[in-house]
Design a protein around this ligand. Structure first.
Ligand code: ZN
Length: 177
């Protein structure tokens, strides 16, 4: 296990576009494993390679999908298990018409959170860690995290898009990515 240093604004690397990945070698597998370790250690729900000073189109995300329905009376609320996603050269190929407001924070922008409008649901096309094409749908918070990470691969951070930004108080419990 190796932890990588998470860079923060105003580091100019966070403003650059990441390059597509074409080699799925051992070095890439190590980078992916280090990113998962670094994300879990932070702790965060997502991490994009530029955040650890690697300008490559790679992001890791670990989050439980949103609950679909309210629990019935007397029924125990069982949290859905967390799911780990590794996406390489990701592209949003379809987005919902519906957009939703939500509060975001970022491991690369400590001490600030902000309100950002995002698509409610997405279809994403990417390569997995072995270079195999994958396509899947996400919605809710997971869709928000994917949009946040894909922005990082394009040199965009949430404060660029936020309608307002503020310093969190102890009441604001925002997952960071
Ligand atoms: Zn971020």
């Amino acid at each position: 296990m190796a932890l990588r240093k998470i860079i923060t604004l105003p580091d100019p690397v966070l403003r650059r576009k990441a390059k597509p990945i074409t080699k799925f070698d051992k070095e890439l597998q190590t980078l992916i494993d280090d990113m998962v370790d670094t994300m879990r250690d932070a702790p965060g729900v997502g991490l994009a390679a530029p955040q650890i000073n690697e300008l490559q189109q790679l992001a890791v995300i670990e989050y439980a999908e949103d609950e679909d329905e309210e629990p019935k009376d007397g029924e125990e609320i069982k949290p859905k298990p967390k799911k780990l996603f590794v996406v390489i050269n990701p592209e949003i190929i379809k987005a919902s018409e519906e957009k939703v407001m939500g509060i975001e924070g970022c491991l690369s922008i400590p001490g600030l959170i902000g309100e950002v409008e995002r698509y409610e649901a997405l279809t994403i096309k990417a390569l997995n860690r072995h270079g195999k094409p994958i396509k899947f749908k996400v919605d809710g918070w997971l869709a928000r995290i994917f949009q946040h990470e894909i922005d990082h691969l394009n040199g965009v951070v949430f404060t660029d898009l936020a309608t307002r930004v503020w310093q969190p108080t102890s009441e604001d419990e925002i997952p960071l990515d």
